[in-house]
Design a protein around this ligand. Sequence first.
Ligand SMILES: NC(=O)C1=CN([C@@H]2O[C@H](COP(=O)(O)OP(=O)(O)OC[C@H]3O[C@@H](n4cnc5c(N)ncnc54)[C@H](O)[C@@H]3O)[C@@H](O)[C@H]2O)[C@H](O)CC1
Ligand SMILES: [K+]
Length: 489
Amino acid sequence: MSSAAEITDMITSERMAAVDVNAEALGVPRKQLMESSGNAVAQAIRDIAEPGARIAVVAGRGNNGGDAFVAARFLDAYDLSVHLLGRAETITTDIARENWGALERGEYDIEEVRDSTQLSLPDADVVIDAMLGTGVTGALREPAASAAEAINASDATVVSVDVPSGIDADTGEAAGVAVEADHVVTFHDDKPGLEGVDADVTVADIGIPDAAELFVERGDLLALSRDPQSHKGDHGTVLVIGGGPYSGAPALSAQAAFRAGADLVYVATPESVADAVAGYSENLIVEALPGDRLAPVHVDTLLALAEDADAVLVGPGLGDAEGSLDAVAGFLESYAGQAVVDADPLRIVPEVETDADLVCTPHQGELTAMGGPREDDWRDRADAVESFATEVGATLLVKGAYDVVSDGERTRVNRTGNPGMTVGGTGDVLAGITAALVTALDDPVQAAGIAAYANGRAGDFAVEEHGYGLVATDLPPRVAEALWGDRDE
Ligand SMILES: NC(=O)C1=CN([C@@H]2O[C@H](COP(=O)(O)OP(=O)(O)OC[C@H]3O[C@@H](n4cnc5c(N)ncnc54)[C@H](O)[C@@H]3O)[C@@H](O)[C@H]2O)[C@H](O)CC1
Ligand SMILES: [K+]
């Protein structure tokens, strides 16, 4: 679990970037957020400086600077000048460039600073530090470094936009020189890195709807951007323990795990169906277990196989023979890694003592069989599932028209999918995606949320072509597109 997840009322820059994109997906574009950010900065200035005071804006070429270009338009009552560190054509985003353009056309007192040693601030009453915010990487480079020195050397009151330039928003560290702010106006939520900053911090609401944090949307997919240097095995080895009465379910889960980015997928399945499972795809590596049902005698073999996996998926097609459920209980009692539990074994989870990091993927009927709540309204279900997740001590992904994901602390809701997905096998696909993503992310709630989102989107793509005649095998080929494609609906 990432450390920031434990700081419930703050937000890391990675999550902020995701929430930003989710807001856009919900119809609140970034430029609107920038307008609100700038307005909040201007409000802070009005609270500390009298009209007519001399305000100097020192702006960078990213959206942090963009916020201050917006603020300038709300500060016409002041003697304001804007100093851009660099050439206007190198401003890095459209929304910042458009706001700079408004200052140019509005004949504001603006300049492009070529050499920051020429930056003159001596007579400013207030300096707005809008050089860098959450986009900073490493120690401040020129011209920002000299500009930070000049700001710190001035007698002006310093108001930093979002984060004092040079400070890392997540850690609070400054790799080099950083602006010493008197005030900080940060946006949407407090930032972990501001804890240790000796300034008064205002957290400004910039109109990001709560839904941008609650619902899983395309911003959450940013978490899956991969380290290009990764090599085989970095992106997850998954062991699927399934089959026995059935052979299709474990194969569906295994295929889905591949499409969600797993590098290697092993399937441990009774020998009675091992050939059938292997026959579905050359990609599958099938380990045959003696007999025709999973049994307690297999537990040691499963634990040995699990040693080589980053996550285990237990359940698809296992059936509910008592011996099979006992085998799952025996496996979980000794296994301490990441496990996704689906289908029949779900009902035994509440009685099993395990050190494994569990993600359970029940539909409503299986949730009830686990002793879980039944609520028809999705909001009530989200609250009830959050409480039950604490009781079970696992991350729950409760499938429904609105999927609910919760570990008892953080709760997400997924709205993708359609009624065509009630067809058998889509749960096996979702379980396989979930197993692959828990190996790719160190955050089971995020992994399960994205899995539900991708499974539903794959189903939405499939229903375009097959209507409600879609079948589960239509989903895996569309999962990769749902996660990494650029279809925009
Ligand atoms: N939802 C929100 O939180 C919103 C935040 N807004 C503001 O956007 C900035 C983040 O903007 P971004 O463009 O991503 O990055 P920055 O402007 O912070 O900086 C990028 C800029 O800086 C250069 N750079 C990076 N590291 C260094 C360095 N060590 N030295 C010098 N220069 C550096 C980089 O090359 C870029 O040019 C956030 O803080 C908020 O202020 C949005 O306005 C609205 C929504
Ligand atoms: K700043």
